[in-house]
Structure formats: C-alpha cells, structure tokens
Design a protein around this ligand. Structure first.
Ligand code: UT7
Length: 326
C-alpha cells in the first residue's frame, strides 16, 4: 500500500560571523579552555552581533535550503520556526521570515517552543500535515540567538551556548509504506513538566514582562539527558521498524560531548557514525539539529539514501527522536 512521506529535499544553515573562543571567555569570567573543553567538548561558538536577529539567521538558512532543494519560496505551503528566542513576543518569527522571503499570502506560519527538542517537534507537525495531504511542502527551521538570554557573568551557563539557524525543506513523495522508504520514517515527541524549573528562563512576559536569563541545574539535566536521548533513539527506531544495525548516522542534540559519548557507548554506536558539531557551535538549542544536519550534508558526510537517527532533550523537559532516510 503506497504512503505519502516527507522527503528532506534541501537543507541549509546560517551562523553569525563573530566567533567566541574559550580563551575569549576566560577573559570575561573565571574559566579556562581546559575546563570548558574537557567538561563539554566545546571550543568555540558563534555569537550574533548587535542588530542581528533570530529571523536573519532563519532567512539565510531557508534561502540555502531552498536553493539546495532547487525550489522557490512560492512553492512552500507551510513555514514553522522552532525557537525560544523569537524576534518579538508576537507575531511568530515564522511570520517575519515568511514576509522577508516573500511567501505566498495564505500560507500558515507559526513558531514552536520546545527548547532543544524544537526541531523534532516542528518536524512532527509538518510531517503530519504532509502525510495527511493538507500540504505538499514545508519549510522547517530551528533558530536561536541564545546569547541574548545568557547571563555573561555566570560561568555555569555562559560558556555553553551559541547562536545560529538550520533549515530543511520537506516535500511530499509517494513511497511504498515500508522501512525501505526514503523520507521521514518516524517521529516521537515527549515531555515531562515535573522538571519545568530544572532548566528555564528566570523571567517571562506574563510573569514579569522580561525575557530573563538561562538557569540550569546542569548535573540534574546531565543525568536525565542520557536516558531521554536513548528513549528518543529507541522509540523512533521501533516506530520506523528499524534497529540500530540499520543506521548510518546518529545525529544527537549538541549540548555536551560527554553526554553524546555516553549515549553512543551505552548503545554501542561506533564513534565514526556520530555527528558532532558541539565543538564549534556550542549548544544552539532548537538550531542544533538542523545546523548539524545541514553541515553534514554539505560536507558530504550524510548522503542520499543514508539512514539518520536523531534525538534530542531539553527544557520542559522535552525530548524525542526521529528517523530519516535522506
Ligand atoms: O540543551 C539542554 C540540555 N543541556 C545539557 O544537556 C547540559 C547538561 N549539563 C552539563 O552539560 C554539565 O552539567 C555542565 C557542563 C553544565 C557542568 O559540568 P559538570 O561536570 O556537571 O560541572 P559542575 O556543574 O558539577 O561544576 C563542577 C565545578 C564547580 O566547582 P566546585 O563547586 O566543584 O568547586 C563549578 O563551580 O566546576 C565549576 N565550574 C566551572 N569552572 C570553570 C562551573 N562552570 C565553570 C566554568 N569554568 N565555566
């Protein structure tokens, strides 16, 4: 029985030009390249300059994804941006990006806030709409300017985060309806709000009319991140009717190289199959997965036909997994 699947037909990314190294940070707070790189695997991150907004990175990432897909913005039926750092409280950053790109009037535009799991959540929404036949194409973007909500005097958090955006163009394609299909084969999303305050902004519009700073109980997040990332992998593979033996790549949310290593070791995924960008992006929350995907496609690592299992975990807590045959 044939089935409509969402093919990822183009990916793109955008990073601010400004790079902040661990040595730069050691001049701002009491830290060192040695501490940051051994505890997190991060060596540098990109930081937005004054006057650069989340929407700017979305637009550039989307343009690259459209170009790589060989498509025009007029062909896009839905635009969704995953972010916790929107340009404005409202309207959605997706609306602003659509306006700048010249999207057709009438095309639905929305943001989703699921923190580091945002790209998987957004893909779930777009994929479901495509599979239901409501739309034929979608522009799915993950983007952040986390530097705007980082307390640059707090060494516990300021060394961890970075800015940027990644984008993917999804397109409906008729497939056979089995695990040899191309496209998004499964998506699973989860949340457990009992951890609402373990990783959060200390402010909010309704709460105190501010955007606030990132606060995190790093040790607690670390502990829960590992089983959550594993659940994302295992549940999405099960739904796709595939196993770890079938995967070419594991693409995790990029928060900490030690977390990623631990997940890979527990599941016996060979290091050569793990996509790592945390060393030069830091943690870019909702942007981290589409950024890593677009970079890996651009560098020729991830090729057409490869099976990629993706998993994420972040504030909420939210977590999830996704299996794609590119
Ligand atoms: O994106 C959502 C998911 N987020 C994550 O997955 C993040 C999860 N958590 C982590 O990655 C780690 O917990 C951190 C990297 C945030 C922290 O690593 P840790 O090994 O858990 O360190 P710690 O918080 O236990 O701190 C150890 C020591 C402390 O000093 P004392 O109390 O032992 O004297 C900290 O004050 O390291 C100190 N410290 C630092 N030292 C130098 C904390 N931050 C720094 C720093 N430079 N930047």
């Amino acid at each position: 029985m044939s089935l409509i699947r969402s093919h990822i037909v183009g990916t793109g990314y955008s990073l601010p030009a400004k790079v902040l190294t661990n040595d730069d940070l050691s001049k701002m707070v009491e830290t060192s390249d040695e501490w940051i790189s051994t505890r997190t695997g991060i060596r540098s991150r990109h930081i937005a300059s004054e006057g650069e907004y989340t929407s700017d990175f979305c637009v550039k990432a989307a343009q690259m994804a459209l170009k790589n897909a060989g498509m025009k913005i007029e062909e896009i039926d839905f635009i969704i941006v995953a972010t916790v750092t929107p340009d404005n409280t409202f309207p959605a950053t997706a609306a602003k990006v659509g306006k700048i790109l010249g999207i057709r009037p009438g095309v639905a535009a929305m943001d989703v806030n699921a923190a580091c799991s945002g790209f998987i959540y957004a893909s779930q929404i777009a994929d479901n709409m495509i599979r239901l036949g409501q739309i034929k194409t979608a522009l799915v973007i993950g983007a952040e300017t986390l530097s705007r909500i980082v307390d640059w005097t707090d060494r516990n958090t300021c060394v961890l985060f970075g800015d940027g955006a990644g984008a993917a163009v999804l397109k409906a394609s008729e497939e056979q309806g089995n695990n040899t299909d191309r496209g998004i084969l499964s998506v699973k999303i989860f949340a457990d709000a009992s951890h609402y305050e373990t990783l959060c902004s200390d402010s909010g519009v309704s709460f105190n009319q501010k955007s606030g700073f990132i606060h995190m109980d790093g040790k607690e997040v670390f502990k829960i991140a590992i089983p959550s990332l594993i659940e994302g992998i295992e549940s999405s593979l099960e739904l796709a009717d595939l196993t770890l033996k079938d995967i070419d790549w594991y693409l995790p949310h990029q928060a900490n190289a030690r977390i990623i290593d631990s997940v890979a070791k527990k599941l016996e995924i060979d290091d050569s199959k793990v996509i790592i960008t945390v060393d030069h992006h830091g943690n870019t929350s909702a942007a981290s997965i589409p950024l890593a995907l677009a970079e890996a496609v651009e560098s020729g690592k991830i090729k057409r036909g490869d099976v990629v299992v993706i998993s994420s975990m972040g504030a909420g807590f939210t977590w999830g997994g996704m299996v794609v045959r590119i």
